[in-house]
Design a protein around this ligand. Structure first.
Ligand SMILES: Cc1ncc(COP(=O)(O)O)c(C=O)c1O
Length: 319
């Protein structure tokens, strides 16, 4: 499928404008102005601003890669419907990229995902099937499998939890970008665990280039938490792409600590992001506080406007 077509007058002149999907990746690495105060002079913490992707999250990269790898090897053809389980951001990426490329999209989401996410995927024209909120993202995975089994010819289910194109997107793009942006000086990489694609792909690449880079995984401190996008691995279905050898350590974060940091990011840095970014920054600052020299990079996963209807921004005083 020709998906990099540009608009234009049909002349041989160079095309004007850019393709939306070509804007995925290449996100900036942002320094902190205030929240890093108090760290040793030779220690810096940066956020990789994945919320500035066209779909507003880190999931644009793996979803584009899973789709384009499947187009290349024939698993995805015109007429097929994209189907996957998603807690939200991957769904928005599927819906956006499906619309741009002309594929119908069906998403299975736990019933409790934020209203903003439900409305966003609907705006892109995706069909949504809701799974039992009490079963969380695992219930959505099982429901998507059932839908595919019932009509295998209709669907292409990339299965982001088991698809190596997920982590490879980060291995080939996020990792090299961070190496270039830090001029190879990154010492610590911090990312939350959802499908684990971000941590596994980026962490693998960074360690291959420099085995001294320390990779830190972030997860909620309990199974029932409010940090959308992150999994409590010990009690969740283990994603097939998850490889715990990639991280050197794991830091557990309380939901309230993640929320408090997310609010501070908006008020003190001007960065309007979701709670999994706050969680990653709590962990990144905890790591940075122990260092005398270092460059700590945390992933900023998605934009804050996705959570207006959740307790993160529901009008309670900042903690
Ligand atoms: C808000 C948010 N944070 C973090 C993650 C985790 O990323 P990954 O699936 O690459 O582990 C996700 C994934 O869906 C997410 O939506």
């Amino acid at each position: 499928m020709s998906d990099r077509r540009q608009g234009g007058a049909g002349s041989s002149a160079a095309p004007i404008g850019e393709d939306l999907l070509a804007r995925i990746g290449g996100t900036p690495l942002l320094g902190l102005r205030r929240l890093g105060r108090g760290l040793a002079p030779d220690v810096a913490v940066y956020l990789k601003a994945e919320w500035l992707n066209p779909g507003g999250s880190v999931k644009d990269r793996p979803v584009l890669r899973m789709i384009e790898d499947a187009e290349r090897d024939g698993r995805l053809r015109r007429g097929k419907t994209l189907l996957d389980a998603t807690s939200g951001n991957a769904g928005i990426a599927y819906a956006m990229i499906g619309a741009a490329k002309g594929y119908p999209v069906t998403l299975v989401m736990p019933g409790h995902v934020s209203e903003e996410r439900k409305r966003t995927v609907a705006a892109f024209g995706a069909e949504v099937v809701y799974s039992d909120p009490l079963e969380g993202s695992d219930g959505a995975i099982l429901a998507a499998r059932d839908l595919e089994r019932a009509d295998p010819d209709r669907y292409f289910r990339p299965d982001q939890y088991a698809n190596p194109s997920n982590w490879r997107a980060h291995y080939d793009t996020t990792g090299p970008e961070i190496l270039t942006q830090t001029r190879g000086r990154i010492s610590h990489f911090v990312a939350g665990l959802g499908t684990s694609g971000t941590l596994v792909g980026t962490g693998r690449r960074l360690k291959e280039e420099n085995p001294k880079v320390e990779v830190v995984a972030v997860e909620p401190d309990e199974p029932a938490h409010g940090i959308e996008g992150l999994k409590h691995m010990a009690t969740a279905i283990r994603p097939a792409i998850y490889d715990e050898r990639v991280h050197d350590r794991k830091i557990a974060i309380r939901t309230e600590a993640a929320y408090a940091m997310t609010r501070r990011l908006a008020r003190e840095e001007g960065m309007f992001v979701g709670a999994s970014t706050g969680a990653a920054l709590v962990a990144a600052l905890a790591v940075a506080e122990t260092l005398r020299h270092g460059v700590v990079v945390a992933i900023g996963c998605d934009a804050g406007g996705r959570y207006f209807s959740t307790p993160l921004w529901s009008g309670r005083a900042p903690i």
